[in-house]
Write a protein that binds this ligand. Sequence first.
Ligand code: HEM
Length: 368
Amino acid sequence: GTQIPFYGQKHPVGIATPPQRYAMYMTFNLTTSSVKDLQTLLARWSAAASLMQRGDPVGSVEPDSENGLPKDTGEAYGLDPASLTITFGLGPAIFAENRFGLERFRPALLADLPTLPSDNLDPALVGGDLSVQACADDPQVAYHAVRNLARMGRSQVSVHWTQMGFGRASAGTGQETPRNLMGFKDGTRNVSTPEQFDEFVWVNGGDQSWLEGGTYQVVRKIRMNLETWDADRIGDQETIFGRTKAEGAPLTGSKEFDTPDFQMTDENGDRVIDPTAHIALAAYENNGGIRILRRPYNYTDGLNEHAQLDAGLLFLTYQNDPGHFAALQRRLGASDLLNEYISHIGTGVFAVPPSPAEGRYIAQELFE
Ligand code: HEM
């Protein structure tokens, strides 16, 4: 099966990796105040991530002695690694004063996001000290990964919030563009070439050497009001995104990858793509050149207490400055036609260190 090595990569895994079909995302809070515990946790998590990405258990599934406690929970035993990648993030609170003594390692750009328009945050879904994104083409493999990391860390961390995602709502190079739960293709115009990754995603020449070659993860849990959306007529849905539904073409073109023409007007002199359409506000041509890598997944939590569909987008993004996300969301939050149908309920910002060399572990420089 497909194996992706954890160690020795130029950049962290699970970011430029073509999006796998499933994600298990989890944030944790440290329950320990010992820096040594944090160090041990990151070392053990790194070793375990490498084993699991190879398709191996993190320890014995069936110990020799009948009194032995299995080290690995076993549900992925014998399964293909299914392109598993495990991506670790460190939140701003790790570097707070009087916590672990790591203040001097805080990158200047790593801070909680400012309050943004259209925030409707549930306090239970905000922040976290550490994040783990496990992606795989088999949901059982992704689940096994976070479950075993959580189990291994149970005396240092508690689980803060967690989300399972499916139907990757973005495409990597060579992949067909998938659809989000609103039925539109998602990921058509995304960061994709290595040059674009270098320019917009990977940290290069930042203020902290331990983060060079890494990136910043911004996560948003965005609920969709799907009943209202499903009651909206197609013309309105297409105006909101500025694209057609079946083909995914910009309203100024006919094919998915046609470049949108944001200036084109119709016979009444009105813009063909509404200036407050989602793509008109988000496109780099109109926002001062900002591009972020979108690597989102669809999610569902079943039905809510009002028996409405509880579903949306687990919006995972990567950029070399979390301020880029904030600037974009400020524009979108202020006037995006999509706002009527969505609500940002969860948030987090994490620094994602590069892949460690074999024999080392994630963010080891913090402890040297
Ligand atoms: C484009 C959906 C939230 C940034 C798109 C497209 C769709 C879409 C269908 C057009 C296809 C494409 O180029 O990928 C959604 C949905 C959202 C959401 C359903 C929420 C549930 C956001 C947020 C941001 C964002 C929060 C950033 C803060 C972008 C960008 C583009 C885009 C940068 C590309 C625009 C272009 O260059 O043409 N989105 N999006 N989106 N979206 Fe979103």
